[in-house]
Design a protein around this ligand. Structure first.
Ligand code: NZQ
Ligand code: ZN
Length: 392
């Protein structure tokens, strides 16, 4: 068991109609001029944005709006947001949407609070010393960005997708109304469930230290999301299932399910970020498409965890050798992905990669992680290429 830091400063307001409290929360955290940042328009179509601006108008809080954060959000819009905030003297950011709007808002917050080019942080050249305060109204349960320290941005030039983590970027508050997720396309709901599970699985498949309580929380979270993802497939308006998944999304990525271990593996995410950068695929679907290949490549190096996962999460019978049990667990996870219409390889993801593409992605991935990374198994560029090939 390792020492750990657990820092979750985000105030969570969870439940029906909680978005009506947004003005009160902005006041509580000292916002006087707000940038409302959102995505491609779902919050306009659902009427949520109008309800938010009406609430701010009624409370006398000034704001400007900036939409257009795309899935795999772009650096160009971040620059635009930074300029807008400076011009309008914005002192508080409100992201209304999913991980893309939230991550884009975090990047804008870094750009306003720090001198120089904001991409430097995503390029690991500098670290931030602050961030504009940020609040969130969440519309999709997936990334956990509403409580996490990370932000993932894609630089259009070279299609470089990179994450940056800092406690300064953790939102001040997160409003989570599960009803707001009921307008999601089924595909995005399933992508979200996949991402949530992966955030805990990345922390679970390690070779570095574990705590019994952390494992119990992780396994309970994984079983809960697995069960409720299937409920939502058949009954997308099920409030309780929406709520279970939404809260799991935050807990899966606020650090809780990694306390006491070495920080986790994270290579499935790193490999997926290359797919997201190059092919603009939905993050959760990209994870599902790569996970099985990663798991088969690394499981022998992390056998006790794969066996435990198979038995405690995937309900595999504890019969046979450890390797047989581990492999059955991987197969069961892939069956689960298929059951919620997620891809289990690049073909099913709709990606037609050439050999050259795979080489490029493996190289960019290796550069992005500084040469090698992974706790379940340490991976280098040649290993990354092999996993991409296996996932074809
Ligand atoms: O853009 P709009 O029009 O809002 O539509 C979005 C988008 O098309 C739509 N959507 C969201 N809420 C909706 C809705 N449609 C109808 N009704 C609603 N209530 O769903 C699509 C996906 O939205 P997006 O915000 O892109 O999804 P997600 O939350 O999965 O975010 C993905 C991004 O987050 C990054 C990913 O790499 C990707 O760039 N990640 C961020 C992390 C973090 N900050 O901690 C960790 C993750 O591992 C991940 O890498
Ligand atoms: Zn993720």
């Amino acid at each position: 068991m390792f020492d750990f830091k657990y820092f979750t400063p985000t105030k969570v307001i969870f439940g029906k109609n909680t978005e009506s409290r947004v003005a009160e929360l902005i006041n509580e955290f000292g916002g006087t001029k707000v940038l409302i940042h959102y995505g491609g328009g779902s919050v306009v179509r659902s009427g949520l944005l109008k309800r938010v601006t009406d609430t701010l108008d009624a409370a006398g809080i000034n704001y400007v709006t900036l939409g257009g954060a795309v899935p795999n959000p772009h650096l160009g819009l971040v620059y635009e947001g930074i300029e807008l905030c400076k011009k309008e003297n914005v002192d508080f950011l409100l992201a209304v949407g999913g991980g893309s709007a939230i991550d884009s808002a975090k990047a804008i917050g870094y750009g306003v609070a720090n001198e120089g080019d904001v991409w430097d942080y995503y390029d690991y050249k500098r670290t931030v010393t602050g961030c504009l305060p940020l609040g969130v109204i969440l519309t999709i349960a997936a990334t956990g960005s509403e409580m996490s320290d990370s932000s993932v941005i894609t630089k259009e030039e070279g299609l470089v997708k990179r994450g940056y983590s800092s406690d300064f970027g953790r939102p001040k508050f997160a409003i989570m109304n599960p009803e707001l997720t009921m307008t999601l396309p089924d595909y995005q709901t399933a992508c979200g469930c996949t991402d949530i599970m992966m955030h805990t699985m990345e922390r679970y498949f390690t070779n570095g230290g574990n705590m019994e309580i952390t494992d119990a929380l992780a396994e309970g979270l994984l079983r809960t999301v697995k069960r409720n993802a299937v409920i939502l497939r058949d009954d997308p308006k099920n409030y309780d299932a929406r709520a279970e998944v939404m809260w799991a999304g935050s807990l899966a990525h606020n650090g809780l399910t990694g306390c006491g271990n070495d920080g986790g593996d994270w290579m499935t995410h790193k490999l997926e970020h290359e797919l997201g950068g190059l092919y603009d695929v939905a993050h959760g679907a990209g994870l599902a498409a790569i996970w099985g290949s990663w798991a088969r490549y690394v499981y022998k190096n992390c056998l006790p965890r794969f066996k435990k996962f198979a038995i405690n999460v995937m309900d595999v019978e504890a019969k046979g050798t450890d390797e047989e049990i581990a492999l059955k667990g991987i197969e069961a996870m892939e069956d689960f992905y298929r059951s919620i219409n997620m891809p289990t390889n690049l073909r099913e993801l709709g990606v037609k990669a050439t050999e050259e593409d795979l080489v490029t992605m493996a190289h960019k991935c290796a550069v992005g992680v500084g040469g090698e990374m992974g706790s379940a198994r340490l991976l280098r560029e040649e290993d990354m290429l092999e996993i991409f090939k296996m996932s074809m």
